[in-house]
Design a protein around this ligand. Sequence first.
Ligand SMILES: NC(=O)c1ccc[n+]([C@@H]2O[C@H](COP(=O)([O-])OP(=O)(O)OC[C@H]3O[C@@H](n4cnc5c(N)ncnc54)[C@H](O)[C@@H]3O)[C@@H](O)[C@H]2O)c1
Length: 355
Amino acid sequence: MIRIALLGAGLIGREHAELIQTHPGAELAAICDPSPEGKALAERLSVPHFSAYVEALEKTRPDGAIIALPNRLHEAAALACIDRGIASLVEKPVADTVAAGARIAEASEDRGVPVLVGHHRRHSPDIRAAKKSIAAGELGGLVAVNGMTLFDKPEPYFQAEWRRQPGGGPLLINLIHDIDALRHLVGEIESVRAFTSSAVRGFAVEDTASIAIRFRNGVLGSFVISDAAVSPWAWEYCSGQALYHPSQPGPCLFIAGRKAALSVSDMYLWRHAEQDHHWQHPLLREHRPGDGSRTYVNQLDHFLAVIRREAAPLISARDGLATLAATLAVEMAAREDRTVTLDEMLATAGQRAVA
Ligand SMILES: NC(=O)c1ccc[n+]([C@@H]2O[C@H](COP(=O)([O-])OP(=O)(O)OC[C@H]3O[C@@H](n4cnc5c(N)ncnc54)[C@H](O)[C@@H]3O)[C@@H](O)[C@H]2O)c1
């Protein structure tokens, strides 16, 4: 049994606790969360409880740790794990600033202690199937990509003041997942431009954004996101894999290449029927379904392999850092009304905080 310490037992931490408890190859070594709810969860699950994570790591010596703490605490907790040779799964974003993320990446690489970042979509059956199809060359060379995350968050969600302030909106809470999936499927981002609007809710933070993306391999992309629009076009609904949303199968991401196009999450591949294709001839539609597995279970399975040093993290701290930097680039591009490159963001490490 792989023994895992859970640092932070809030919204997502409780999900991790449940996943570990029901996994045949893992058990909870400790729950560290000073809140009464954290203590109560540890008691209910009969797991040692701690209020300070260093004490939890020292006393229980776990094989791995899941860091589901507020973003600003990710760096110190990840470094504490790396110092002790403990592999960690750090929830997304890898850290609250590019500089903090870079320090985690450097420490992980220098010490050879793996850090897996919790961008769970990479473990999702639809994203896996899309990655496989692209890697197999089914789409040919990629040309363009277009995606959407359009949903309607309820009013009580905004009672927390930080959700109404810059950093607490859909760019840094939600788009970061889309950016990570795009980087994973299409390639590294070179630069972005973006418009944001807060016209629907009138908060200081954006409620809607449109983004233009140039990838390093020459692919061009566009993406729209809003937390104030009613639609099923978001991975959370389309994939049927999210923790807190109903399954409403459909497409939310469209990837087009020289040979074929693929829609995700409904996983339809569109291609010409004949070799000497003509744009006025009908296209064939074929299904490329996922394997029916569950995203968060897959993520935990992968983390266990990382802990056993049988697999390198599918998304390392360095990779998570680029996802964070690209997401912050979108925010900066909109605010300063200009093109922002990933290189620029990585060079200005530490200037931008994430809520
Ligand atoms: N991958 C996903 O699907 C997903 C979903 C939600 C949140 N997240 C990420 O997970 C992290 C946590 O988010 P959340 O929504 O669960 O937040 P939350 O506020 O619900 O939970 C954070 C928990 O950390 C505890 N905590 C605070 N300081 C602590 C300390 N010093 N030591 C131990 N525990 C401490 C708090 O008491 C709280 O219970 C964030 O980084 C967030 O971005 C990821």
